[in-house]
Write a protein that binds this ligand. Structure first.
Ligand SMILES: *[C@@H]1O[C@H](CO)[C@@H](O)[C@H](O)[C@H]1NC(C)=O
Ligand SMILES: *[C@@H]1O[C@H](CO)[C@@H](O)[C@H](O)[C@H]1NC(C)=O
Ligand SMILES: *[C@@H]1O[C@H](CO)[C@@H](O)[C@H](O)[C@H]1NC(C)=O
Ligand SMILES: *[C@@H]1O[C@H](CO)[C@@H](O)[C@H](O)[C@H]1NC(C)=O
Ligand SMILES: *[C@@H]1O[C@H](CO)[C@@H](O)[C@H](O)[C@H]1NC(C)=O
Ligand SMILES: *[C@@H]1O[C@H](CO)[C@@H](O)[C@H](O)[C@H]1NC(C)=O
Ligand SMILES: *[C@@H]1O[C@H](CO)[C@@H](O)[C@H](O)[C@H]1NC(C)=O
Ligand SMILES: [Zn+2]
Length: 451
């Protein structure tokens, strides 16, 4: 009987469609700078259809600083920035004198403090990884790149990236079970026009929405659409900036006193000699930014314990820009406090691992990593996420939402109270008080083995 069942099951697996169909597959997509509320402001039919068919997390709390490289790495490692080591888009390491920027990001030195999911997938799993771009995917991290990857090049069209990733996902030798896809918009337009320019933002978001439609059509055409899990998310949002909201450092402190490692809206300041002197001058530089010594950075930012975080950090208020003497070129920016709703992206997901039509208000972006590991059957590396935050999104998890949980707790308390009352009442009836019970208890407490 059980033999028959096994034969039947293996028959089902073997007959239908792709080689390796039994392996769960996951495609992780990022549209850079897609602020959560764009979904409500604009008419985006392909994304809406995707969401109705799957799950939506309305706001994702990302990691501080709310910049591109750090947050893309938090998503794929589940670590805060201080723990994965990509603490900014521009970094300087004092010991090695190395510098990192988005144009010079290929030294494994910067990435090796963590192991991203595409590497773990290839080490632990039975499949391989592929990447149509994503920060870090063209770098040898822990001595490995994804089996298939593209060198980062912003000139490569979205369609070309999709064609590559779908071909790779369709490969049977080797099987690709994890893949990433990255696109620069709506971030580029958000910086250029500012997120409040609804005319221009509508145009770019309609294009992004068409890209989602294109991705879906390609996955359908290759027969992957019904079996693949797709996550669409982003790294951060966007705030409106203004030439009237400038913090001009040259007005407060001479440049000879410090090096500016990272600029705005979170500036990383390396003092040349007297740290306290630099700090005191910066403190008097208007009241639209916070000035922190590294050791004063608020706990909630989880942005302290890494030597790549510079001795003084300036955090501009929302919409303000830190400059030395430049004029403002950007009408939108991000990087600000990760508690600000304007800095939050969304997350949508669809596929056999996800419920249909479920919406949740929030998760942290470090929670995405343990969820992805769960879907792929991987044992996660140490991380800062909480798997249970994503349980309600997943079909194979038992999940209770808050109102239900409160109901159950009240119910249990009522039953317990009733029970206790019954016991007390019945005890009082049958058992008369024993005069020596207290004494016995005390002598028990004096067990010499415990002290
Ligand atoms: C890129 O960074 C590496 C160190 O990570 C450094 O050795 C190299 O000089 C940098 N290249 C440029 C063009 O700045
Ligand atoms: C890899 O394949 C083996 C044997 O089929 C299976 O037991 C194991 O669970 C698979 N591992 C993953 C991570 O899928
Ligand atoms: C980047 O992509 C464009 C468009 O495909 C191509 O013309 C260009 O040569 C590529 N640049 C590099 C450095 O590969
Ligand atoms: C941006 O637009 C929103 C909604 O119209 C408005 O509430 C907000 O004040 C605007 N922000 C700026 C900085 O202009
Ligand atoms: C995907 O693979 C299947 C079988 O392996 C093949 O029939 C199909 O043409 C492929 N599709 C694409 C878009 O490459
Ligand atoms: C900014 O400062 C630099 C260096 O001191 C100087 O060369 C440049 O002219 C200044 N620019 C403006 C707009 O003041
Ligand atoms: C984040 O996770 C790393 C790795 O487990 C750990 O070292 C670090 O202390 C964690 N950070 C926090 C704030 O818990
Ligand atoms: Zn970004």
């Amino acid at each position: 009987m059980s033999l028959l069942l096994t034969l039947l099951l293996s028959g089902i697996v073997a007959c239908c469609g792709h080689p390796g169909d039994s392996v769960p597959r996951l495609l992780l997509v990022s549209f850079d700078g897609f602020r959560a509320d764009y979904l409500e402001t604009y008419h985006l039919p392909h994304l809406q259809e995707f969401i109705e068919d799957g799950v939506l997390v309305k706001q994702v709390t990302n990691a501080f600083i709310t910049k591109t490289f750090p947050n893309h790495y938090s998503i794929v490692t589940g670590l805060y920035e201080e723990s994965h080591g990509i603490v900014a888009n521009d970094m300087y390491d004092a010991d090695t004198k190395k510098t990192f920027s988005q144009f010079n990001d290929s030294d494994p030195f910067w990435w090796n403090e963590a192991v991203p999911i595409w590497v773990t997938n290839q080490q632990q799993g039975n499949g391989t990884s592929a990447a149509a771009m994503w920060p870090g995917t063209d770098v040898k991290i822990n001595n490995a790149t994804p089996h298939f990857f593209m060198k980062y090049n912003f000139s490569v069209k979205f369609q070309e990236r999709v064609e590559k990733i779908v071909t790779w996902l369709n490969s049977s030798d080797p099987v690709v079970n994890f893949a990433t896809l990255y696109w620069e918009e709506p971030d580029v337009s958000g910086h250029k026009y500012g997120p409040n320019d609804t005319e221009n933002m509508r145009k770019v978001l309609e294009k992004v929405d068409n890209h989602v439609g294109y991705l879906k059509s390609k996955l359908k055409a290759s027969g992957l659409w019904d079996s693949i899990n797709v996550i669409i998310t982003s790294d951060h949002g966007m705030a409106t900036c203004s030439p009237k909201k400038l913090i001009v450092l040259d007005g407060c402190i001479d440049r000879s006193n410090y090096v500016l490692i990272d600029k705005s809206p979170v500036a990383a300041v390396l003092p040349k000699k007297n740290k306290k002197y630099v700090y005191n001058l910066l403190k008097k530089c208007g009241n639209h930014m916070k000035v922190y010594l590294k050791e004063e950075i608020p706990e909630r930012f989880h942005y302290r314990h890494n030597k790549r975080i510079q001795p003084i950090i300036l955090v501009a208020d929302e919409g303000w820009t830190i400059v030395q003497n430049e004029s403002l070129l950007k009408l939108g920016d991000h990087g600000y406090d990760n508690a600000l709703p304007s800095m939050h992206p969304f997350l949508a997901a669809r596929g056999p691992a996800f419920h249909r039509g479920y919406k949740q208000s929030t998760i942290n972006n470090v929670d995405i990593y343990p969820m992805m590991c769960h879907i792929l059957g991987l044992t996660p590396q140490p991380h800062n996420g909480t798997f249970s935050n994503t349980k309600c999104l997943l079909t194979d998890q038992w999940c209770i939402n808050l109102p239900e949980a409160i109901g159950i707790v009240i119910g249990v308390l009522m039953v317990l109270t009733t029970f206790t009352c019954i016991i007390i009442i019945s005890k009082n009836r049958v058992a008369p008080p024993r005069p020596f019970s207290r004494l016995q208890l005390q002598s028990d407490d004096d067990d010499p083995l415990i002290g």
